[in-house]
Design a protein around this ligand. Sequence first.
Ligand code: HEM
Length: 359
Amino acid sequence: MAGTDPRESVHKRPHTMGRVPNVTRADAQAALRNPLAFIAARWTPDPRTVRRAALAALVMSVVIVVTGGAVRLTGSGLGCPTWPKCTDDSLTTTSEMGLHGVIEFGNRLLTYVLCAAVGWAIIAARSQKPYRRSLTLLGWAQFWVVMGNAILGGIVVLVGLNPYTVAAHFLLSSALIAVATVMWQRTREGDAEPRPLVGKAVQQLVWFLVAASVLLIAVGTVVTGAGPHAGDSSEVPRMPLDWETVSKLHAVLAWIVVTLTFALWFVLKAVDAPASPLDRTRELFLILLAQGAIGYVQYFTDLPEVLVGLHMFGSCVMWIWVLRVLLSLRERPEEMAPGAAAAPVAQEPATSASIAAPR
Ligand code: HEM
C-alpha cells in the first residue's frame, strides 16, 4: 500500500528547516578558487566581531605558551618521542605513553585551536568593509609564525629537547604574541596616518624600554636553558653556563626595565601626556612588580613548577603591555574621505593631544 510506506512519509514531510541557499556550480567553483573572497563577498562582520576575533587569536597565543610550559614543567617534553607522529607507529598518543604522552599530545592538538582562532581573525579581517589590507596581512603573518613554530616544536622533539631550540621556540611564541597584539590594536583604530601623542624624546625612551624588554625575555630563556626544568625526566643536556650568574643578569635586566618604566611614567606625567599612555605605563609597572616578585620567589624556592608556569604567563602579559605602551604613543583615526569631517573610531575615547606632542 502506497500510503503506508515509511520512506514515502519521510519524503512527503513538509519542509521545516531553513531554506538552503541556492549554490550554483559557478559559486562552488569560485569558493574553491578563492574561499576568502567568496566569504567576503557574502558576509560583512561587525567591527566588534573583527576585534573579538583578533583578541581570540591573542588569547590563544598566550594559552599555547602556558600549556607548552606545562609540557616542560611536568617533564612531558618527550611524551610523544617523535614528530609529526606521536610514536613511530601511531599518529596519536597511546596508553604506553601514559600521562606524559597525553600532556604532550594535548599541547600538539591545541595548535589546531590556535590555528582556528588565527583563521577566524583572517576571515573576519578579510570580510570587513571597507577592506583593510594591512589588517588581513597581520592575520596572515600570525598564520606563518604559527606554522614556523609548529615545525620548530617538531625539531625540539627530534633533537631531544636541545635547550637552544627550546629557547627559540619560546622566543618565536613571543613574536607571535607581538603580531597578535598589533593586530588587536589595529582592529580598534583606523588607517589614517599615525598622529604622535608624545614628543620624540619620549618615543625614544619607549623604544629603549622595548629593546631592554626583549633582552630581558631572551636572557630569561637562557636562565631556563641552564636550569633544571629541561622538559624530560631523562638526562637532557643544558646550556653550559653558570645558572646563578645568568639568573643574576636576568634580575638586573628586570630592574632596568622596571626603572625605565618608572622613569617613563614620571616623564609622561611631567609633559602632561594623554591618559592612554599614562594608564598603560602604570599598568605595566604593576605587572612588572608582580612578575619580578614571582621571579624572586621561584629563584629562592628551588623553582616550583607552578611558579615557573606563572612566570611564563607573566612574561607574556608583560610583553603585551610593553607593546601596548608603545602603541599608545600615537592615535590613528579612521581615514577620511576627501572633504569629510574626522570621525574617531578607536574604542577608547580619542585623547587630547599632549602639550608635548609635535604638530
Ligand atoms: C620582571 C620581569 C621579568 C620578566 C619579563 C621575566 C621573563 C622571564 C622569561 C621569559 C623566562 C624564560 C621562560 C622560559 O624559557 O620558559 C624567565 C625565566 C626565569 N626567570 Fe624571569 N623574568 C622577570 C623577572 C625575574 C626576576 C626578578 C627573577 C629573579 C631572579 C627571575 C627569575 C627567573 C628564573 C629563575 C627563570 C628560570 C625558570 C626556569 O628554570 O624555567 N625573573 N623569566
